[in-house]
Design a protein around this ligand. Structure first.
Ligand code: MF3
Ligand code: CO
Length: 255
């Protein structure tokens, strides 16, 4: 069931989104050569706890995963597309890192992700990251009343195909509100003018994930969570929680 949020509820979601944005900012600030992924997770956990919020990821157990999620962020390095578990791996120069974070504040969820290079970017990585960000912006611009879900997916997929990037087909964004994952599903592909009509009060997590190698298949790693590109090529991910309003898209996970 798709639930629409009131103006007051959107204001409350904005506060949850702000916590997530702050956590991501701090993680990006701490990321450097030699830093362990679990240290980055600790940074996000500290921001979330300090804000009186709770993690939306820790212990989360969706049907596709074999075990509850063990961290407060997903940290996906290089060929890991999304859902990388932050462990003891130490960042190296040129690593492409995607960090995804979600939190609950006062009963409302926020969910956002950013990608960046550590040290000197590898050839092609900056273009890949910028394409994912551009696709997110294009998806957000399509999130206006009267448009349909297919307009968002089409906007995202057009940026991918223009750059020759692949998009994993069964993963995408989602409705979000009192729970992190709500209806509707927000595919990263679609036909313009098709699908659910977007109404004011609908809140969506829009999250393009692009694979440099251009194919759309992925593998699940031995940990049961990390999704990896089949050819070892790198991937980037960008995500915001966005409300559809009469005044246009309102991004709830900006700092
Ligand atoms: N933004 C990711 C998603 O919506 C967050 C995954 S949370 C996890 O799929 F806990 F499942 F890792
Ligand atoms: Co999400």
């Amino acid at each position: 069931m798709v639930e629409l949020k009131s103006a007051a509820e959107l204001d409350a979601m904005r506060e949850a989104g702000r916590v997530v944005a702050r956590a991501l900012e701090e993680v990006v600030r701490h990321a450097a050569v030699g830093v362990r992924l679990e240290e980055l997770d600790e940074v996000a956990a500290t921001v979330i706890a300090g804000a009186g919020a709770t993690s939306a990821f820790l212990h989360y157990h969706p049907p596709f995963a074999p075990t509850p999620y063990p961290a407060v962020t997903c940290v996906s390095v290089n060929d890991v597309i999304v859902h990388g578990i932050p462990g003891r791996y130490q960042l190296r120069d040129g690593d492409l890192v995607s960090v995804d974070c979600g939190a609950y504040l006062d009963g409302w969820a926020g969910d956002s992700a950013v990608s960046f290079s550590v040290g000197s970017p590898r050839a092609g990585d900056t273009a890949l990251i910028e394409a994912a960000e551009r696709a997110l912006r294009a998806g957000i611009e399509a999130a206006v009343p009267g448009n349909r879900m297919g307009d968002i997916g089409h906007a995202v997929a057009s940026v991918a195909s223009a750059g020759g990037y692949g998009v994993p087909v069964d993963f995408g964004g989602h409705g979000i509100g009192r729970r992190m994952h709500e209806d509707p599903h927000v595919p990263n592909h679609g036909r313009p003018g098709r699908g659910l009509v977007l109404r004011p009060g609908l809140v969506l997590a829009i999250e393009p994930m692009f694979i440099a190698g251009g194919h759309s298949r992925y593998l699940t790693a031995a940990d049961g969570w990390s999704l990896c590109s089949v050819d070892g090529s790198r991937a980037a991910h960008a995500e915001h929680t966005v409300a559809i309003t009469d005044d246009g898209p309102r991004i709830l996970t900006l700092p």
